[in-house]
Design a protein around this ligand. Structure first.
Ligand SMILES: C[S@@+](CC[C@H](N)C(=O)[O-])C[C@H]1O[C@@H](n2cnc3c(N)ncnc32)[C@H](O)[C@@H]1O
Length: 244
């Protein structure tokens, strides 16, 4: 599979607000090698709609076929360079892990680490999470949804680009199984407060209303490390899907 090229700066593709700006960036030699060897196995070939991060709305992923087995499935949105995802997959070989990421060098770096550790229970979808949650994933298909350090979009005029808003709740509720868990973490207090407000009124989820302990199974990712180095507090939150 060839690495998709950078999104053209075409306003047609930006009719809807998205939570990311597409960064290209060259792959290092090691990333390119890993991509050439492993992408056809671990990066899903997704039928597109209007852009290279969209999904054909008719397409639905068959998780059993995708992973070649029936197992619990945990999905991480914005897996970045795969630090948390590859670690979790390595620690939990009986669980299927799905990573959604639009940053191709990040996915390639995750493939490098997967190869190094011999991890095989991850698949990546290079796709806008909003589209994936709306149509690509079967309803009630995830045991857990993780979103670690989503882009905080600090400036007030950019807040509309944040992933975690009230509009995201029905998307999460569609894909998380009854009793499944939705986990979040951020180093940006004002975004943590927004997440808290979103979870407090999240239809279909049960939320304790207090910050969680730091999630044990997450290594310190690059973004978490930057937050800590800057003296920011890390906030973990979670909510449980109730039986509809
Ligand atoms: C701030 S980084 C955090 C990466 C990683 N979770 C970590 O802790 O190091 C946020 C990531 O989310 C990805 N992202 C943002 N919006 C997304 C979307 N709608 N669908 C998929 N990935 C997205 C970005 O490309 C970026 O890699």
């Amino acid at each position: 599979m060839t690495a998709p090229t950078r999104e053209p700066a075409n306003p047609r593709f930006h009719k809807e607000i998205v939570s990311f700006t597409r960064r290209g960036g060259r792959l290092t030699e090691r990333q390119q090698d890993a991509w050439d060897d492993l992408a056809s196995t671990y990066v899903l070939d997704i039928p597109r709609h209007t852009s290279s991060t969209s999904v054909d709305p008719e397409f639905q992923l068959d998780l059993t076929e995708t992973f070649g087995r029936e197992a619990s499935t945990i999905m991480e949105i914005g897996s970045g360079r795969g630090e948390a995802l590859v670690h979790a997959a390595h620690e939990n070989p009986d669980i299927n892990f799905l990573g959604l990421e639009v940053y191709i060098p990040g996915v390639a770096q995750a493939l490098v680490t997967m190869r190094h550790l011999g991890v095989t229970n991850i698949r990546f979808a290079i796709v806008d999470a909003a589209a994936a949650l709306a149509t690509m994933l079967p309803a009630a298909s995830l045991d857990e949804l993780r979103i670690w350090f989503p882009d905080p979009w600090h400036k007030k005029r950019h807040h509309k680009r944040r992933l975690i808003t009230d509009d995201f709740v029905p998307l999460a509720a569609r894909v998380v199984k009854p009793n499944g868990v939705w986990r979040l973490a951020t180093d940006w207090q004002e975004y943590a407060d927004q997440m808290h407000e979103v979870l407090l009124s999240a239809t279909g989820f049960e939320y304790s209303g207090v910050w969680d302990e730091r999630f044990d199974d997450r290594p310190i990712t690059r973004f978490e490390g930057k937050g800590i180095a800057a003296g920011r507090e890390i906030r973990d939150l979670s909510a449980r899907r109730i039986n509809p």
